[in-house]
Design a binder for this molecule. Structure first.
Ligand code: TMP
Length: 212
């Protein structure tokens, strides 16, 4: 595959969206051929699935249904958008990917990391990012801030024990899924977090240019 697949990961409120905007601005300034996207969502079908998953009305959604919906959104995302862009040699920048399902559904919902990995691998044929930037920050403080500001979607509204489990899930996964993964201290200033992200992104672009 000629392109480069980059995923941004981390707990709710870790500042991913802000850094994503700055990376997009940077890619535009550098005339880099890229697409930016997000999960759940990223395609018309995926955005409809996102609406169902995050709708506050869907309080009685089973954990299994939730995991399958995230995987369905991801399957559509990969086949319709990510793979064609990578084949065309573009950089794909995605806010969240499979690691989110392993942490939130696998550990947060207690479905099991392996079980969630399996349904996802069926949906996405084992595709993994070439680089994952993990924005590390204590989730409890940031989540309280986010929920009080915006009232929160169905997942954000889950109690702090759910988000603590998600956080410990991520910590477990950082050890076992460390391939192509870089941890960034997201408690630092936006400028520092952004410039650290760019260092990792430039490294992978340079490596890819050497191979091609
Ligand atoms: P967002 O706020 O980053 O757009 O993501 C929406 C919510 O969905 C967020 O609380 C994290 C959650 N999520 C999962 O639980 N599993 C997943 O696979 C993904 C992609 C997101």
């Amino acid at each position: 595959m000629k392109g480069i697949f980059i995923a941004l990961e981390g707990p709710d409120g870790s500042g991913k969206s802000t850094i994503m905007e700055l990376i997009i601005q940077y890619f535009n300034e550098q005339n880099i051929d890229f697409i930016s996207t997000r999960e759940p969502g990223g395609t018309a079908i995926g955005e409809e699935i996102r609406h169902i998953i995050l709708d506050k009305k869907n309080k009685n959604m089973a954990a299994e249904t939730e995991a399958l919906l995230y995987a369905a959104s991801r399957g559509q995302h990969v086949h319709e958008k990510i793979l064609p862009a990578l084949e065309a040699g573009k950089i794909v920048l995605s806010e969240r990917f499979i690691l989110s399902s392993l942490a939130y559904q696998g550990v947060g919902r207690g479905l099991g990391i392996e079980e969630v990995r399996m349904i996802n691998d069926f949906a996405i044929k084992g595709l993994r990012p070439d680089l994952t930037l993990f924005f590390h920050v204590d989730p409890i403080l940031t989540l309280e801030r986010k929920v009080s500001e915006e009232e929160g979607d169905r997942l954000e509204k889950e109690g702090s024990s759910f988000h603590k489990r998600v956080y410990s899930g991520y910590m477990e996964l950082l050890d076992t899924y460390s391939d192509n993964l870089q941890i960034i201290d997201a408690s630092k200033s936006i400028e520092e977090v952004f410039s650290q992200s760019i260092v990792y992104i430039e490294n992978i672009i340079k490596k890819r240019e050497e191979i091609l």
